[in-house]
Each structure stands twice: as structure tokens, then as C-alpha cells.
Design a protein around this ligand. Sequence first.
Ligand code: GLP
Length: 261
Amino acid sequence: MEVIIRPDAAIAASMTAELVAQAIRIKPQLVLGLATGRTMETVYNHLVEKHQKVNLDFSLCRSFNLDEYIGLSPESPHSYRYYMNYHLFKKVNIDIRNTHLPDGSAKDIEAECKKYEDTIKECGGVDIQLLGIGRSGHIGFNEPLSALYSRTRAKALTPTTIAQNSPLFPKPEDMPKRAITMGVGTILDAKRIIMLVTGKEKAEILAKAVEGPVTSMVSASALQLHPKCTVIADEAAAELLKEKEYYHWIFKNEPEWESFR
Ligand code: GLP
């Protein structure tokens, strides 16, 4: 794992977008693993801008999102499908048929999860997976105690996650209590991972994920097992990291992310 600390959230997001853009330029038919949440909005704004200003070409890209709420139709303005269409897909030249999210309104959730895993495999696996982190330590919606080998499945959301995301719904009680999510094992299968973490409210969980033990109590700690994982944090989120000086030194002298291609 490489930890890169940037001065603020805007610079951290712009670096994340640039790494994704570089990967698309190198491999136009990139399989992108995408995340939702407030942190990612700035990254998608940058990618849209790169498409508009420097012709970043998404036409051959395929994408798989991490998760979707159960019980919301893709048309619901609170679904992650809607979020992705709004923030990225409708603003760049990706073929919408090549964009994938689990269907939270599927009648047979188990079959939907299996189909999702199969489609990822058929596409040759995820090349680069973008991640945020929830305050419960989740990646996707892998709440505490998610098996480190877990695959795409339904998960019950924790009170911490419900408190974090329910303000995004018209009434907090409208937020679904379950979601389909790629498993921790599914995420770790990606060839490369970039996790973006900003803001002081994420400092405590980031320290546990990066410097704590690998434990299913903090799903993001499983990223320590991945050979090509870059964590990009702003100073506020990095506040509680004990080895900050070391991470800065590596970034300046021996940056690994440049070779993660
Ligand atoms: C949701 C998503 C996660 C995301 C998290 C962070 O819970 N399921 O994939 O990482 O939000 O959200 P935010 O960026 O709004 O803090």
C-alpha cells in the first residue's frame, strides 16, 4: 500500500482523477470500478472536464459500480444508478450499455449478485477500482464483519452508515436498510486500487484502515493485502496517521504509484 498525502481535498481529488485519466489513455478499453458518495463527486467533475477540454475518451471503457441500495429502482433519484448517470455517464462519451451497477430492484437478489460477478469475469476483471471509505470502515457496503473473501451479495447496513447517508434522502427513514455490494474479495481482485479519503471526520477510520491490524471489523484494512493499492488522503484525513513523515518521504523520493500501471 502506498499512502499519498495531499494538502487539501481538491488537490487529492484532482490527483485521483488524473491517475484514472492516465490509465484510460494507456488502455482505452479499461474496465473501471467506480464508487459513489460525496467524496467522488469532485473526481467525476474532473473527469467530465477532461472529457470536454482534452477529449478524454470513454467510448471503449466499461464500468462496474461497487454497490446499490436494495428496493430502489434505477430511476429513483436516490439510487446509485441515478447518481452515476447524473455525475458521470451522461456527461462523457461512455456507452451506457457498458456501464454496470447491481439492480437493487431485482426480484431474485441472489441471482442478481451471481450475475454481477459473472459479468465482471466476462469483462476480464476490474483494471482500476476507485474507492471511498465509510465511517464504519466499509468499502462498497462491506460493513464490519464482512468476510475478507466475500463476493457480491446483500448486506444489512449499520446504524453508522444509516446515520452517514440518510441525510441524502428526503426523509431519513426513506433510506434503504440493505444494499447489494461487491464483496471484499471481489474488490481485492481488481488489478489496481485507488482509495480517496478526505475530511477530518474520516481521520480515525483511515488510521485504523491503514495502520491498524487487518480485520473484518474494518473492511478497508483488507486493502493492506493488495499489491497495488494507492491511498490518497488530504491532510485533514491523514491527521491521525502515525507514519505521516514516512509517507511524505516515499512520495517525494520513491513514488510507487508511477509504476502501478
Ligand atoms: C457510501 C458508499 C461507499 C462510499 C461511502 C463514502 O456509503 N457505499 O462506497 O465510499 O459512501 O461516502 P462519502 O464520500 O459521502 O463520505
